[in-house]
Design a protein around this ligand. Sequence first.
Ligand SMILES: NC(=O)c1ccc[n+]([C@@H]2O[C@H](COP(=O)([O-])OP(=O)(O)OC[C@H]3O[C@@H](n4cnc5c(N)ncnc54)[C@H](O)[C@@H]3O)[C@@H](O)[C@H]2O)c1
Length: 413
Amino acid sequence: MGKIKIGVFGAHRGMTMIHQLIGNPYAELVAVCDKYKPVLDQCAKLADEVGIKIELYEKFDDFFNCDMEAVVMANYAHEHAKFAIGLLESGRHIMSEVLTCANLAEAVLLVETVEKSGKVYSYAENYCYFNTTYEMRQLYRRGDIGELMHAEGEYIHDCSSIWPQITYGERDHWRNRGYSTFYCTHSLGPVLFATGLRPVRVVGVETRNMPFMRKLGANAAVCGMEIVILENQAMVKSIHGGLKREPGSINYQLYGSKGSMETDRWDGGQLHVYREGERNCQGEHVKYKPEFTIKDAAGAGHGGSDFFTTHYFIKNILGDENAKANCIDVYQAIDMCIPGILAYKSIVNGNTPQDIPNLRNKDERDAYRHDTFCTFRESAGDMWVSNNINMEDDIADEVYAMVAEKWHNNEPG
Ligand SMILES: NC(=O)c1ccc[n+]([C@@H]2O[C@H](COP(=O)([O-])OP(=O)(O)OC[C@H]3O[C@@H](n4cnc5c(N)ncnc54)[C@H](O)[C@@H]3O)[C@@H](O)[C@H]2O)c1
């Protein structure tokens, strides 16, 4: 069997996967698509340097028609399902960057398309594969802390200084149009991946939109939080956004019936584990730096985690059962994403609780098949809502022009 032919859609974040695919023993990078010509030029240069041929496309339709078996989706975060559906129907395997879908209607369609296609769909929620979060999964599955009662996931990343470089001064960029609870996957995902539990209900809360982000063109609240109830009645606090904290905080805690585990708030890569013994409130506490399960991960982006998503995706396509078990399938991907959509529905409706459907069940799908509630106009139709519940005035065009200029001049926000 030859190498799997893979294309990458979106070459900004996608550049990470492009580098991983070059020289991969099982896969071959055959094509890259991006409408922004300078990143395609970078790819052409890279291909020259390493002596390979990559087809380069500015238009998705041309990319779609090229000869490839699998696609890495690293395009806009709210447009993954939209493009993945057509690719799956054409027989391609998909690895999707975060997030999975823009609304519940897309979630239903995505699940049904994956089922019909029989192709691999793998969600690249890389934060599940840190040395710490992956260790939490192994210890939890082994029963070290008993049954989960409470968990916390935190992804605090103040992007104000890089806002020009990640939104390019575009009013319609998804980072400007998204809402506070949209990007919930890095905080909630690792909790679900570690425990295997499913979310069943959510309440959303958020801060205000603040001047330091508004003057950069961001209309939504700075930080959002999902209070999630899991199928066993465990509670989860999932918080993410641009609070003022340097360095940013990526932090997870699991409390079980026999102990707890938590990442170190300031000493990244370290894990604390408390295991209760025979008697209540007595046990052992250890702090250590877990090893990566695959040594090649050391040095990869995002604390080594970027290695695993692409590695397991490729091995899963090749039929490796261990890789399949370590990939995030479409159902769990949706479990990691739709609590954010429903949390925003909760916020818009006065923080009321919202049930989270289990889209594995066919009979739960019809109620959401036409639910296009979201803040992205082209996906929402008549269910569009603003990403600012206070409905402040539109941000002036001059703001976006100023941010675009900063981007062109490579100045911080
Ligand atoms: N997992 C992580 O740690 C991580 C980190 C950064 C970004 N991301 C994800 O990666 C994705 C991309 O984010 P980004 O930071 O690269 O910024 P981005 O969303 O601004 O970049 C997307 C890229 O795709 C291209 N693109 C989008 N639609 C296209 C189309 N229809 N035709 C041709 N090209 C198109 C754009 O030109 C751009 O270069 C997002 O889903 C984001 O959530 C994940």
